[in-house]
Design a protein around this ligand. Structure first.
Ligand SMILES: CSCCC(=O)C(=O)COP(=O)(O)O
Ligand SMILES: [Mg+2]
Length: 236
């Protein structure tokens, strides 16, 4: 097993609970959508999302209807993910939303960063949304621990080509990167691209364990399996 020089992590189900995403973030965006489009629909970034939503919509479906349908389907469609990030921004800034992280995550991320392990995110949530959840997390502002942020504009998380593109972007051999996720199909795609993989099996999220990949119940468990440093208190 090659030494791990970088960690690429998923968010929902890995660093953060599925319940937070499905019961806080998604409803927040769903309830604010119409008002947000009415207030900001003319702004270039929002208008570009609406144009792309119209292009991807079903025949006869307008952009708002397509966005509502994708929300109901939890479809990882780029214009929806971009708009959700823009809507959540106000909630994070005025304190209505605080990014959930499992308590084991921040101490390990800090220990790994201190040891020179590169930290990167790959989530279906937009890059802006990734920076918000880590920048306004329950454990403080962790966004600066990460250098790489990748979303659906790099490709789908179940496609091996996406992980190849990420390794090239990071200028790292795939086998030196450890990908963390709760979803077996994402881990399969990363392994096909040559990444090391570990499934986070979070009891509270009801993760379905997959024996094609090594498994850990939390980030210290990941550290133990892959020779990464533990936070000082846990290491003592
Ligand atoms: C950036 S937090 C919101 C996550 C999100 O929108 C989502 O669709 C979950 O995607 P993930 O790839 O983190 O499982
Ligand atoms: Mg996930």
């Amino acid at each position: 097993m090659a030494p791990v020089s970088a960690v690429l992590t998923d968010i929902e189900g890995t660093t953060s609970s599925i319940a937070f995403v499905k019961e806080t973030l998604f409803p927040f965006a769903r309830e604010a959508l119409e008002g947000f489009l009415a207030d900001h629909g003319q702004e270039p970034e929002v208008a570009a999302c609406l144009t792309e939503a119209r292009r991807l919509a079903k025949p006869g479906e307008d952009a708002a209807a397509a966005l509502r349908r994708w929300m109901a389907e939890d479809a990882k469609v780029t214009p929806l993910k971009t708009l959700q990030g823009l809507i959540w921004r106000q909630g994070y800034l005025d304190g209505r939303i605080e990014g959930h992280l499992w308590p084991d995550v921040a101490p390990c991320l800090r220990a790994w960063a201190r040891a020179g392990i590169g930290l990167h995110v790959y989530s279906s949530g937009s890059v802006a949304a990734q920076k918000l959840i880590f920048g306004h997390s329950a454990a403080g502002d962790l966004a600066s621990l990460f250098t790489g942020f990748f979303d659906t504009t790099t490709g789908g998380k179940r496609e091996a080509a996406s992980y190849g593109a990420i390794a090239r972007n990071l200028h790292l051999p795939p086998e030196s990167i450890l990908f963390l996720s709760d979803v077996a199909e994402e881990l399969d795609a990363a392994a096909t691209a040559g990444f090391q993989t570990c499934q986070l099996v979070r009891e509270a999220d009801g993760t379905q364990p997959c024996d094609r990949h090594r498994q850990a119940v939390d980030f210290p468990g990941v550290a133990g399996l892959f020779g990464l440093p533990l936070p000082r208190a846990a290491a003592a």
